[in-house]
Design a protein around this ligand. Structure first.
Ligand code: ZN
Length: 509
């Protein structure tokens, strides 16, 4: 656990004092003032070390002067003196975590009152970056050392607005952690049933209502595409659909925003067996991100109405598994010829999309799915693909994602892709032979969007796990990608704005 406190008075002692340094000598006036108190230790360290340039996120650890009350100083590069934005502050906070954790020390004081820009807000962003990077998933190691209990004092001229900003950021990071926790669990721990129960116990206390829909009900609804995917699984791993509702406006009649997540708790490929299925536990990353987003929204009491559907199943092999050449009927009546049992995510999503539109009449539907290797091949692990029937929605997703470092890039829908998924024996076929995989998968989903519903599909196959060297995401393991993007999109475009309140003037005159 990491504990952050915001105050305008520095403790006179601790393990580490963090001193921000701009990248141009002479641009660090306030740091010089601080440095006088440190007997010139900062200037001495900067002049002695050839490599430390004060670049954004660069750190230099040096012994603290004996009479300072601290054991070490960390010089923290802020980059140029130009106005900083919240993403840069967060990135720097993530890098600071790396430097602090390498010292093995835990009591940290950060002098955070000299950022160029909205200093109070940026101090909170820096703390949030530290928090995001502190995530660990060691629960299945028998000898893992306990996670360090960091005590971080953020020194700020304006501690109140900094704390208020952090109180809005921390629930979103908690949502990202929930998504990471779910994604990282192995498939013998997390199956559709246990994932549904975990989500239920995580978000119910926050005020999200949860309904777990079981197979009988799904059958009664005619969800033949979704059910086909899970029909080869044993009794403990049967498919589940989880319906989450968060009503943040108090208006019960408003049309909600809908989020839909693909949740394959393991994907063997089915009878079209994968050759390499390491890391296929992450095939529920979309559902994890959607669950984490609901936790984030409820945790910060967002003024928005959202309904979310998690489509949970395992794609197993066995005597009852669905078969290539099977023709199944989706909830909207369309028939689908199965030409590859490994193209299962779109079958699960198809029925979830129909279900959410028929039952909740959302104005906008956004689905998240680790859907195609083709998307990962195109965009790598730095951004996800976005497909949409509404250019403005697509742009908004891209722009909001940039703000929080969860970027997306538009990929096409279109007639050529729609044509590629027309069936010979049925309405649709679940793979578009010879056509680009990411776009045909998206075109398949589009067949399940009704009327004028605005819709976007995020293919997160490249970013849900396996990222490395990122400032605030963990290496290799589940990233929780999508929680912060969706939360920011909702802040920017879907949330009712509170009436502007004058910022309390706390700064001493
Ligand atoms: Zn698959």
């Amino acid at each position: 656990m990491t504990h952050f406190s915001y105050t305008d008075k520095a403790n006179k002692q601790g393990d580490i004092l963090v001193v921000p340094v701009f990248d141009k000598p002479g641009d660090a006036a306030v740091s010089r003032m601080v440095d006088d108190r440190l007997g010139g230790a900062v200037a001495h360290a900067v002049n002695t070390d050839q490599n430390f340039k004060g670049k954004a996120g660069q750190t230099l650890v040096v012994p603290a002067p004996a009479d300072s009350g601290y054991k070490k100083l960390i010089l923290l590069g802020l980059g140029s003196g130009k106005a900083m934005d919240s993403l840069r502050a967060e990135t720097i906070g993530g890098k600071l975590h790396g430097a602090v954790s390498a010292t093995g020390m835990a009591r940290v004081t950060v002098l955070a009152d000299d950022f160029r820009g909205d200093t109070a807000s940026l101090a909170a962003d820096l703390a949030n970056g530290f928090l995001l990077k502190s995530y660990r998933f060691d629960k299945h190691k028998s000898n893992a050392p306990a996670a360090p209990a960091y005590n971080i004092d953020i020194i700020q001229d304006n501690p109140c607005p900094a704390r208020e900003r952090f109180d809005q950021l921390a629930p979103v990071s908690a949502g990202a952690f929930l998504a990471r926790d779910l994604a990282n669990e192995p498939p013998n721990v997390l199956n559709p049933e246990t994932m549904a129960l975990r989500v239920l116990s995580s978000v119910t206390p926050l005020g999200v209502s949860v309904e777990v829909v079981r197979e009988d009900d799904m059958k009664a609804q005619g969800m033949g595409a979704f059910l086909a995917v899970g029909q080869g699984s044993n009794a403990e791993r049967r498919p589940r659909m989880v319906v989450l509702r968060y009503n943040g406006t108090g208006d019960e009649k408003s049309r909600p925003l809908a989020l839909v997540g693909k949740g394959l708790t393991f994907d063997t490929g089915g009878l079209s067996l994968k050759q390499n299925m390491s890391n296929m536990k992450f095939d529920m990353g979309g559902a994890a991100a959607v669950a984490g987003t609901m936790a984030a929204l409820a945790g910060r009491k967002a003024k928005v109405d959202v309904v979310a559907i998690l489509g949970l199943a395992r794609n197993d092999i066995g005597p009852d598994a669905y078969c290539v050449d099977d023709i199944v009927t989706a909830m909207n009546g369309k028939t689908i010829d199965i030409q590859n049992t490994d193209a299962e995510g779109r079958l699960v999503l198809a029925d979830c999309l129909t279900y959410v539109q028929r039952h909740f009449k959302p104005h906008t539907v956004i689905d998240l799915a680790t859907l195609t290797g083709a998307c990962k091949a195109a965009l790598g692990s730095t951004m996800c693909g976005v497909f949409s029937n509404d250019n403005r929605l697509s742009k908004r997703i891209q722009n909001s994602g940039v703000k929080v470092g969860e970027r997306s890039w538009p990929l096409p829908l279109g007639e050529e892709f729609t044509k590629a998924i027309k069936g010979t024996y049925s309405d649709l076929v679940n793979v578009g032979a010879g056509a680009p995989g990411a776009s045909t998968a998206a075109a398949f989903l589009q067949e399940f969007i009704e009327g004028a519903t605005k819709w976007a599909h995020l293919d997160i196959a490249g970013v849900a796990n396996g990222v490395s060297g990122h400032a605030t995401m963990p290496d290799k393991i589940g990233t929780g990608f999508g929680v912060r993007l969706l939360n920011q999109l909702i802040i920017d475009h879907f949330e009712k704005k509170p009436k502007a309140q004058p910022t309390p003037a706390l700064k001493a005159q």
